[in-house]
Design a protein around this ligand. Structure first.
Ligand SMILES: Nc1ncnc2c1ncn2[C@@H]1O[C@H](COP(=O)(O)OP(=O)(O)OP(=O)(O)O)[C@@H](O)[C@H]1O
Ligand SMILES: O=C(CO)[C@H](O)[C@H](O)COP(=O)(O)O
Length: 309
């Protein structure tokens, strides 16, 4: 195990799926080994003040980015922080909390990759990029169920935020090691999403040669590795369709398990990994989500073995 905490950054727009992804990582690594920090806690203004000032939560001026950067640097060296708390139920701030980092720290939020100083603190950087239509459905569902908004309010707020999303959130995609995009298949339901995982050469990815060989015979295999371009740069892409079989998922898991020389958390994954809540509150199992969680955990474990330092 590394001498300092391993830090994963997960960035993406509101309701892009950061918390959902993080939940599974903690399941694999063991909740007692993981500290989760959401950078919404570093908003400079509460909900009422933002409305009065006409500023959105996505604007850098609406967040203490300098304090996030300071805290990241402290966490990276294993030191504690006194973290503010933004309460999404009330739209105001609660008293701060004392946090001592565990072996793995996940920092998720809107603007986590926006300065060089912040980016330098992460061992692994993931960006979540679902299509906007899907993110809108997710945001409406989540914000009406949990944050006290009506559907009209959510749509109005998203329209107001669009210029800031374009200017401040989406450009961060270019700095991520992995870009994770869940998307519905053609006419497919939201309950069976596919995932497209862009693997940038900024960190060493697992060797998917077996997967490539298998998918070579069937161009529409439910699990595929392809060469493509992202933001103009060449990348590898791992695609996992929502209808991938248990066996195909197991083959991918075996690749990750073997690369970690067995005996790792990746060889004994929790049976209910990849859990999501469906439209009517039912629990669904998503293979594409489980694979994304396994792959990101693989990178955290690799980093903890000092492979990248
Ligand atoms: N991979 C997924 N598959 C199915 N549904 C998902 C997935 N990821 C997210 N969702 C849905 O989208 C909603 C919002 O996701 P989540 O809370 O994870 O987003 P977030 O990026 O953490 O949001 P915020 O930054 O606004 O707190 C969830 O409540 C869930 O219903
Ligand atoms: O973009 C968001 C990330 O979660 C939130 O909308 C932002 O944090 C403000 O929260 P709220 O809408 O609960 O006041």
């Amino acid at each position: 195990m590394a001498q300092r905490p391993i830090i994963l950054g997960i960035v993406g727009d509101s309701a892009a799926g950061k918390t959902t992804l993080t939940r599974g990582l903690a399941q694999i690594l063991g909740p007692d080994n993981v500290t989760i920090i959401c950078t919404d806690d570093y908003h400079r203004y509460d909900r009422k003040q933002r409305a009065e000032l006409g500023i959105t939560a996505l604007h850098p001026d609406c967040n203490y980015l300098d304090i996030i950067q300071q805290h990241l640097a402290l966490l990276r060296t294993g030191q504690p922080i006194l973290k503010p708390i933004y309460n999404h139920k009330t739209g105001t701030f609660d008293p701060p909390e004392y946090i001592k980092p565990r072996n793995f720290v996940v920092v998720e939020g809107l603007l986590g990759f926006s300065t060089r100083g912040m980016r330098d603190c992460y061992d692994v950087k993931a960006y979540l990029a679902p299509p906007e239509s899907l993110r809108t459905r997710w945001k409406i569902r989540r914000d009406t169920a949990k944050r006290g908004y009506s559907e009209e309010q959510v749509l109005g707020e998203m329209a107001k935020r669009e210029p800031d999303s374009e200017q401040f959130i989406r450009p961060q995609r270019s700095t991520a090691d992995l870009v994770v995009s869940f998307y519905p298949g053609q006419n497919g339901p939201d309950t069976q999403l596919n995932v497209r995982l862009v693997l940038r050469p900024t960190i060493p990815h697992p060797d998917f040669v077996d997967v490539i060989e298998r998918s070579g015979a069937h161009t529409r295999s439910a699990v595929r590795v392809e060469l493509d371009r992202d933001m103009g740069k060449p990348v590898d892409v791992l695609e996992v369709d929502g209808h991938a079989t248990d066996e195909q998922v197991k083959e991918l898991q075996d690749v990750l398990c073997e690369e970690m020389a067995n005996g790792s958390q990746l060889c004994n994954i929790p049976a209910d990994l990849g859990k999501v809540t469906g439209t009517t509150g039912e629990t669904l199992q998503s293979h594409p989500l489980a694979i994304s969680q396994l792959l990101i955990t693989y990178h955290m474990l690799k980093a903890s073995r000092g492979v990248y330092v």
